[in-house]
Structures are given as C-alpha cells and as structure tokens.
Design a binder for this molecule. Structure first.
Ligand SMILES: [Zn+2]
Length: 202
C-alpha cells in the first residue's frame, strides 16, 4: 500500500500537540494501516482521549476525598454487605477492559462508611490501570485502614476482554479473586455468612 507522506489535514491546532493523547492515537491509527482522515475516524483520536481520561480518572482521586468525612460512629456490629457493585476497569497488561461485579463486606468496629461511598471507592480503584488481584486487595485495605473494622471481605468476579477477544482461555468465563482480612480470614463462619449473602438472589 503506497500512501502519500504526511497528507495530514488537521483543523484543530491542538491535535498537533504531541503532549496530547489524541495525537498518539492518530499515530496508532496510521500504524495499523487505517486512514485517520476518513470521515468515521476523523474525530476518533479526540473521542478516545476523552474516554481514556474518564476510564483512568481514578488517578485524580484518593481514598480521603472519596470518603470525605462520610464515616460514621454507630452501635451496629453486624456484617455490612454491599453486593453486586458494577465496575469497569482496564488491565494493565493490555489496556483492555475487564469488568464485572464486586462484593464488599465488613464487620464494623464502632464505625461505618456511607453505603454509596463503598461503590465510589470501588470505582476509584477500578478507574486506573489494574490487575484484578490488586484491585481486590486495594479495596479491602482502604476500608481496613479508614474504619478499622473487625474484618473486611472483598470478592470480585470479572471478565477480561484481553483473554476473551484474543481467544485465550476461551473456556475461562470469569476470574474470581478475593481479599479476606481480619475476621473474614480467621473465622470460617464469618466468611461463609458473607458468601451466603452474596449468593442470595436479588
Ligand atoms: Zn490483560
């Protein structure tokens, strides 16, 4: 395939800025043999930049600004479970999506976290380049550190497009990872209660 060299027509000046993700996406489009100037692809670099910035926006957040004072003193000491938290992340080995559901439980020790904040915490860690194992343990450790519960359990069930789209391990439907701290690690009854609760159909 012969192509005229540098026949680039850019109407937006900033698209030429090599510091922008869009510039490099445009280069990648060329490297795979596509024409970045054809209609359907013309705005793709900017769109991709915007999408990628959203999908990695977890780097701009931290545990403290997510929780933002939303931990409360309570007398409640039964297990708190937030299940089926939907998340979308990107594997750091291929920068392709992996996604699924996350289940979080803890045994309060006088303090709890606002329920919606648990989901936001999951999403903050998910919106970074991740491996599923680290995502799982980071969620558990953040909760352990912030409210010092008697124990924390996190289970993630996910599908990885880097495996599924490339036909690797076709049979492997879902990957399941867990992080169990404190009572969830040492006490089988606690762990079983958590597992029973997340398996209950909605
Ligand atoms: Zn991967």
């Amino acid at each position: 395939m012969t192509k005229p060299t540098e026949e680039i027509v850019l109407n937006e000046e900033e698209s030429l800025d090599t510091r922008r993700i869009a510039y490099h996406v445009r280069e990648i489009i060329k490297l795979i043999g596509e024409d970045p100037n054809r209609e359907g692809l013309r705005k793709t670099p900017e769109r991709y930049e915007k999408a990628l910035k959203f999908l990695t926006s977890g780097y701009l957040q931290n545990v403290d600004n997510i929780l933002n004072g939303a931990t409360f003193s309570v007398a409640y000491d039964e297990m708190v479970v937030v299940k089926d938290i939907e998340f979308f992340s990107m594997c750091e080995h291929h920068i392709l999506p992996f996604f699924g559901r996350c289940h979080v439980a803890y045994l309060p020790n006088k303090r709890v976290i606002g329920l919606s904040k648990v989901a936001r915490l999951v999403n903050m860690f998910a919106r970074r380049l991740q491996i599923q194992e680290r995502l799982t343990s980071q969620i558990a450790e953040a909760i352990q550190e912030k409210i010092s519960p008697e124990g924390v359990g996190v289970i993630i069930e996910a599908r990885h497009l880097c495996m599924q789209m490339r036909g690797v391990e076709k049979q492997c439907g879902q990957a399941v990872t867990s992080a169990m701290l404190g009572g969830f690690r040492h006490n089988k009854q606690t762990r079983d209660e958590f597992l029973a609760l997340i398996r209950t159909k909605k």
